[in-house]
Design a binder for this molecule. Sequence first.
Ligand code: SF4
Length: 357
Amino acid sequence: MRLVDPKVGADSRRGGAGPSDHKAVTIDGVTVMAPVHTAPAFESPYLVEKPDADGRSRIMRDGLFVGEATFPLQPKFYGLKTADGIPYSKIAVLHGRDVLATTVLQTCIRYQSRAKTCQFCAIGQSLAAGRTIERKTPGQLAEVAKAAVELDGVKHMVMTTGTPPGKDRGAAILCESAAAVKAAVDLPIQVQCEPPDDDAWFARMREAGADALGMHLEAVTEPVRARIMPGKAQVSVARYFSAFAAATPAFGRGQVSTYILAGLGDTAEEILAACERLVAIGVYPFVVPFTPISGTPLESHPAPTADFMHAILKPLARMLIGSGLKSLDVKAGCAKCGACSALSTYERSKLQEEAYT
Ligand code: SF4
């Protein structure tokens, strides 16, 4: 979408992991992360006007009114700093309406060279621009999480990490981070990492205080994975599935999820086939439309069409409801937040349809 007033609402994000170059916007009671700094956003037919005195902005398309939007306000915790002078907003940020998100380690072994990097990822951009710090300590995360709960009412937390060189692939730092946050404040946490070398890490992360786990396939077929993320593709789809099977007993059915980016080359049928396998073992497949991020090798790659997403999300919602895996039941994380995809809206429609029949 194009914004007449780019400063409206909470700060947008540029660079970093997750929904970069986006801004949180609430439309019809649903908060989504909408691209605002990407090339397609600059050409979007949707123009969001300046908010009126009540904070409501009209959304126009070709001069016609199509709806209203509001913007979550800048969180109060952004105004605080640690004792050593680091702004809290460099330690964790607000995602969507009520999710605290942090990248515990802002560097990644996959981000060292063009030959290895995941081509959609901007994890190094926010660090290079000084908008975040490289390593968030457990103490800093606990301090910020407590403030975000008390001042802004955040409901859950996402802890992701760049992949460090060790074999645990970040599980150890996620354990110490989750434990510190849980000791400071009662906040459901999702941790996100690549499958570690040893499945014992799943029980360790759960015992440390993580309520949910994300291990993100991103693309579901080996050729697309090898092309789009040559480094990360060294961990095979088969290893992801064995890790999912090992992690689900530790976290519970529906509390392990995976992020799948639609629009990178996998067909709708391939994505749905992978989702069927995931759902069968109790893993929530969070399918998200790919959004090109400025400054990444894929910045000119087109986003998927609405028809393509519809062809995936409609049957996927049916599959999820049929098997009893609902985003509403996820304790923390991206699947619960849902702001990067329309999947939870499709789930709600499916539930309403069933209620009327
Ligand atoms: S779905 Fe995940 S990445 Fe997207 S806004 Fe929500 S917490 Fe952040």
